[in-house]
Structures are given as C-alpha cells and as structure tokens.
Design a protein around this ligand. Structure first.
Ligand SMILES: [Zn+2]
Length: 85
C-alpha cells in the first residue's frame, strides 16, 4: 500500500490520482501549483508512485532545474539593481 503523506495540503494518493490530468494540462493553475509543491517536497510519490514513479521523478528534475534558473535570474537582477542603486 502507498504510504500516504500530506505535503503542501495534498496527499500522495490525491497527487497520483490527478497526475495524468496534470500532464495532460487539464488542471486549473491552483491545483497544478499544489501538485508541483507536493511533488518537489515528497520522495514517497517518487518511490511508491507505481506507473507514475518515473513521471514523478521527471517532474522533480524539471522543477529543480526551473528553480535553479529562477535563482540565477533573480541573482543577476539583484546584482544589476545593486549596481544601479
Ligand atoms: Zn507524495
């Protein structure tokens, strides 16, 4: 049985239930954001997601990469602002 954990207000079972809709782009923005928050903070989904496990891992990699890009952009912006102020 899937060890159900609650992360970011969603349980693993709810995330896995909605994951195919997520990848199909059928979810509203708020639910997408919650699923992303859950997946990036949950290793249970990646380990016990069954046929979704690979999708969860791919999503985690995507989210990680995006965070790094965002951090880099923020850092450059901050430096530029600091130079101009
Ligand atoms: Zn989970």
């Amino acid at each position: 049985m899937l060890p159900d954990r609650e992360v970011a207000g969603l349980k693993c079972s709810e995330v896995l239930e909605h994951l195919s809709s997520y990848f199909d782009g059928e979810l509203e923005r708020e639910r997408r954001a919650k699923i992303e928050a859950h997946v990036s903070g949950c290793d249970v989904c990646a380990r016990f997601g069954g046929r979704f496990a690979d999708a969860v891992k791919a999503l985690q990699r995507t989210l990680e990469a995006r965070t790094e890009v965002d951090a880099g952009v923020l850092e450059r912006l901050r430096r530029r602002l600091g130079a101009e102020l």
